[in-house]
Design a protein around this ligand. Structure first.
Ligand code: G3H
Length: 484
């Protein structure tokens, strides 16, 4: 299936149910962020091939939607079985391609297998409603409305580099179980791993054309896909900039966008500081901070700031740094550009008077975990999402000031509140403008049965298994006008 040239594989795209080389005869080299060498090539798919895939998806979708829910579930469960068989290979690919440490990569694949199976179960337990007209003034009891959910058609699923398996499947599985066909566009860095997932799906024997995998540069086919009249819904995870662009380009179709974050950890003066520090460090630095839900700023009460910073420093300095093969917590960033960006934010903060507590050392795209104290609102790091291993600490005088700074951000994904006073926790939770508030815990998307959403520049629409199925289907009302 894969051709090999000088030990570097060239992977085909999966178009209309066939593994093919693109007519473009162009490929894109994928370089490992930590091996610093090309680990494979993927196809640069053309616009006519996009048309062909969408046409095939449309045709396949009609018979797919006619299958019983149980039958669609069996296909998906077979996909989960195939993913399980290929778990090691997919996890290794994930580690090589995006630099996630092996333990986390394996965890991501397992989480995905569980998600696919859970999605089937969730759909099997969802059902429609009926309503009688006499509930409305003057309405007739003889009108019986049957409300069912029907698929939207062809879903465009665009996944990011940082969760190439889980954030792809969390779009593909609900789309398919709801009766849609899928056009899957993985982030270019992450395409090889995406291909491996879809090889597993192919082995599960899905009907031809029900899913096509389009690899290629977003700059060449991104807008074409987004504006394509054959696409009926888009589910995207990635940067706020791309999400905004996509929402301007797409035309009258539902969108679910999971974008950036600047999640604050609000630390009150009564917090359990050991547990708080533990959560903040895991939340901020895992996978080198390349997570939308990473803790991206600490807003700590002055009274406990010294003590908290000392605890954070100790933990940050104990983080393992290096290669993903050794399960290091801190791994090289996705590319040099990302590392330059993070370094720029650190330099700006230090120039403007932030205190360097730890870190600020760099070897190419591998940055030491960096902790900055006494960060103030004039520094870029107070507002901009670094997507890297740097954490700013902003000292505040009161809960009100913490909430004010938290809400000044353009982002609104999640927030953590650390306090032992449940009333205070609920008051802060009510005041912060975010999708999710974590009380005494770090921000995170999972468990995957929870709703997951961002407000403001962090996104729109809600994910999580149940909500994703809802967002990829619509209500259809049939009214039976009974004899009077
Ligand atoms: O990067 C964005 C992801 O949705 C974060 O997921 O909280 O499971 O790391 P996570």
């Amino acid at each position: 299936m894969d051709s090999v040239k000088n030990e570097v594989k060239t992977y085909p795209a999966y178009l209309t149910g066939e593994w093919r080389e693109s007519q473009s005869q162009k490929t894109i080299a994928i370089k490992s962020p930590w091996k610093h060498e090309v680990i494979g090539n993927v196809q640069a798919v053309t616009q006519p091939e996009v048309d062909e895939s969408i046409q095939a998806a449309k045709e396949a979708q009609h018979s797919w939607a006619k299958l019983s829910l149980g039958d669609r579930g069996q296909y998906l469960n077979r996909w989960a079985d195939e993913l399980e068989e290929a778990k090691d290979d997919i996890a290794t690919s994930l580690m090589n391609e995006v630099g996630k440490n092996f333990k986390s990569a394996e965890g991501e694949v397992q989480r995905t297998i569980d998600l696919v199976r859970y999605t089937v179960q969730e759909a099997l337990h969802m059902h429609g409603q009926s309503v009688r007209g006499d509930g409305f003034p003057g309405g007739s009891k003889n009108k019986l409305g049957i409300i069912e959910r029907v698929p939207l058609g062809v879903v465009l699923a665009i996944s990011p580099f940082n969760y190439p398996v889980n954030l792809a499947a969390s779009k593909i599985a609900p789309a398919l179980i709801a009766g849609n066909a899928v056009i899957f566009k993985p982030a270019t860095q992450g395409s090889i791993t995406g291909i491996k997932m879809i090889q597993a799906l192919d082995r599960a024997g899905f009907p031809k054309g029900i899913l096509s995998l389009i690899t290629g540069h977003g700059s060449e086919i991104g807008d074409y896909l987004t504006e394509h009249p054959g696409i009926n819904m888009i589910s995207f995870t990635g940067s706020t900039q791309t999400g905004k662009h996509l929402s301007q380009k797409s035309i009258m179709i539902p969108l679910v966008l999971e974008l950036g974050g600047k999640d604050p950890a609000i630390v009150c003066d009564d917090a359990d500081l050991d547990k708080t520090a533990d959560n903040i460090v895991k939340g901020a630095y895992s996978y080198s901070g390349q997570r939308c839900t990473a803790v991206k700023r600490v807003l700590v009460d002055d009274k406990v700031a010294d003590e908290l910073v000392a605890k954070l420093k100790e933990k940050v300095e104990n983080l393992s740094v290096g290669s993903p093969v050794n399960d290091s917590a801190i791994v090289p960033l996705i590319d040099d550009k990302a590392a330059d960006f993070v370094q720029g934010l650190i330099d700006d903060a230090l120039d403007k008077g932030a205190t360097l507590v730890s870190g600020n050392k760099r070897d190419g795209n591998l940055l030491q975990p960096t902790l900055l104290d006494n960060v103030t609102e004039d520094m870029d790091i107070a507002w901009i999402e670094p997507f890297g291993p740097v954490l700013p600490v902003i000292r505040v005088h009161s809960v009100d000031q913490a909430v004010e700074i938290a809400n000044k951000s353009n982002f609104g994904l999640q927030a953590s509140v650390f306090t032992q006073d449940i009333d205070k926790a609920l008051e802060i939770a009510g005041a912060v403008e975010v999708g999710t508030v974590q009380v005494n815990g770090r921000p995170q998307r999972g468990p995957d049965n929870f709703p997951f959403l961002g407000v403001k520049a962090s996104g729109m629409g809600t994910q999580g298994v149940h909500n994703s199925i809802l967002s990829m289907s619509r209500e259809k009302l049939t009214v039976i006008n009974l004899k009077p």
